[in-house]
Design a protein around this ligand. Structure first.
Ligand code: SF4
Length: 507
């Protein structure tokens, strides 16, 4: 098993590259190829960079939280962003600062390596796994075992593109396990169904079921079988068509399943990869009944979690500090980063829950304000549009008009790469262009009725393209139409033609 010293010994390669890139000796493409492997990318403009901190299953214990706060204070980090893969990104850093954070992170159980590039990305899991009443079972111990395994083999495997592996503990399918490169979908009988070769982004595709009723102790065989299938059949020539879903397109579903099965059978025959991870441990606390907004009961008696949604996934540093102070004496408390950009502070007794709730005032005020946005084109080099800026403008307009409670959660991506998962939003927006009076203007394509829940997966239907500067007004118009109907948004959408209501914006 590779330890943190192994990963630390690789950092000088990154330092050499970042120094050359930021001093102009290395071109952006070469740098991206190296820095991505270390979980870092240069930001738009090439002056500053970001670092992506892996948080398997979104788990951020008190030590990791303190580490992030201390590093942000040390370097004056001005933007902390959570992602749909449950990582935490620190932005606007200088090259050497990135390397220093990367190094110190290893002392706190945070690895950044493989956070970008053609590597196994952070293994995600339902953020409330283990604590959510009604879930099938706690999938986190298996997610952690998969993350450890993938980090261990990472230096020895060369895949054509990134590989996203996820685990889901309930049909909410928060982590999109039925449409990732590899997804383990929990079942009520304590087993997994295994889905694979799906993904959003360009040419999105739902996954296909590869195995049913898998014994959880066998998950690593299924992980390795996907890695091996990907290395054998993936496209090493054309990066734009290299993700696992394209491999499935090329082979066809039947042959793809057969090839995956071939690797799986070989691995199962070889054996040696069974796992029996220790179950998650939760504190036992005195029962002190409380209730209130943003406070929820865990499946463990007497324990609560508090929900806090930073607007647009950008968490103010002061808020992290308030959370740290509020849980300083709360035995076993930790933060979970969700793929929908919420933070859940878990393992609290009643009094601690009230304290954390009071400390985390100031986040999203309604479902609309929990809308998901990627970091967007002002930071991301690939970005076409400023998704994050758009969401802030939408929220400001909607607050002024007082119609937030009538609107749903939007999902916004700055480009077709779909880091905001717009295709599965009930309303999705994707960065694009539109011709207005003969001029190309910044715009977003709008889709409706997408869904990511297990068994109800649906790609949104595109309804039109709207100039970016008209979107805040368009959202207010939508909110007023729903308000005046007396229905909730979903009911309104099913009985109204949104194209007609928004015709003026879509035209
Ligand atoms: S969707 Fe596009 S703009 Fe947004 S973070 Fe991903 S690559 Fe960047």
């Amino acid at each position: 098993m590779r330890d943190s010293e192994f990963f630390r010994s690789r950092i000088p390669e990154f330092v050499d590259a970042e120094r050359k890139f930021f001093s102009g000796e290395m071109d952006a493409k070469t740098y991206k190829g190296i820095s991505g492997r270390f979980g870092s990318y240069a930001q738009r403009g090439g002056e500053l960079g970001m670092i992506r901190l892996r948080m398997c299953g979104g788990h951020m214990d008190r030590d990791k939280l303190s580490f992030i706060i201390d590093e942000c204070r040390r370097y004056g980090v001005s933007r902390i962003h959570t992602t749909t893969c449950e990582t935490v990104q620190l932005h606007n850093l200088k090259g050497d600062e990135i390397a220093e954070i990367m190094d110190r992170a290893l002392d706190h159980g945070i690895n950044t390596q493989g956070g970008g590039g053609d590597n196994p990305r952070n293994v995600s899991a339902t953020s409330l796994s283990g604590v959510e009443p009604g879930e099938n079972f706690d999938v986190y111990p298996y997610a952690k075992a998969a993350e450890t395994y993938l980090l261990d083999i990472m230096p020895d495997v060369k895949m054509p593109r990134k590989l996203k592996v996820t685990f889901s503990s309930s049909p909410r399918n928060e982590t999109h396990a039925t449409f990732r490169d590899l997804g383990f979908v929990s079942r009520p009988d304590g087993r997994f169904d295994v889905w694979g070769a799906g993904g959003l982004g360009n040419n999105p595709k739902f996954g296909m079921m590869l195995a049913e009723g898998v014994d959880p102790s066998k998950v690593l065989y299924y992980v390795r079988a996907m890695v091996d299938t990907f290395m054998e059949h993936g496209d090493y020539e054309n990066r734009g068509r290299a993700r696992t879903r394209y491999m499935r397109d090329r082979l066809g579903d039947e042959l793809f399943a057969k090839e995956y099965g071939k690797h799986l059978s070989r691995l199962l025959e070889q054996g040696g990869m069974d796992i029996h991870p220790a179950p998650s441990v939760f504190p036992i606390k005195e029962v002190k009944d409380v209730s209130g907004e943003r406070i929820h009961r865990q499946s463990q008696e007497g324990l609560y979690y508090v929900e806090y949604h930073p607007v647009g996934g950008d968490v103010p540093l002061e808020m992290l500090e308030r959370i740290r102070d509020a849980i300083a004496d709360a035995d076993g408390a930790e933060v979970r980063v969700s793929p929908d950009s919420a933070l859940y502070i878990i393992n609290l007794d009643g009094a601690e829950a009230v304290r954390v709730r009071d400390a985390t005032e100031g986040g999203a005020r309604n479902l609309f304000e929990t809308s998901v946005s990627c970091i967007g084109g002002t930071i991301c080099q690939q970005g076409v549009r400023d998704s994050s800026g758009l969401l802030n403008a939408m929220i400001a307009a909607v607050r002024e008009a007082g119609v937030g409670e009538y609107l749903p959660r939007f999902r916004i991506s700055g480009c077709p790469s779909s880091c905001g998962c717009h295709q599965v939003g009930i309303v999705g927006l994707q960065g694009a262009s539109k011709t207005v009076d003969g001029q190309a203007v910044p715009a977003f394509k709008m889709s409706i009725n997408g869904c990511g829940a297990e068994g109800r997966e649906r790609m949104g239907e595109e309804v039109g393209t709207i100039a970016q500067d008209r979107i805040p007004e368009m959202v207010v118009t939508l909110g007023k139409a729903v308000r005046d109907s007396g229905k909730c948004f979903d009911e309104w959408l099913s009985s109204n033609d949104i194209r007609q209501v928004l015709a003026d914006y879509i035209a």
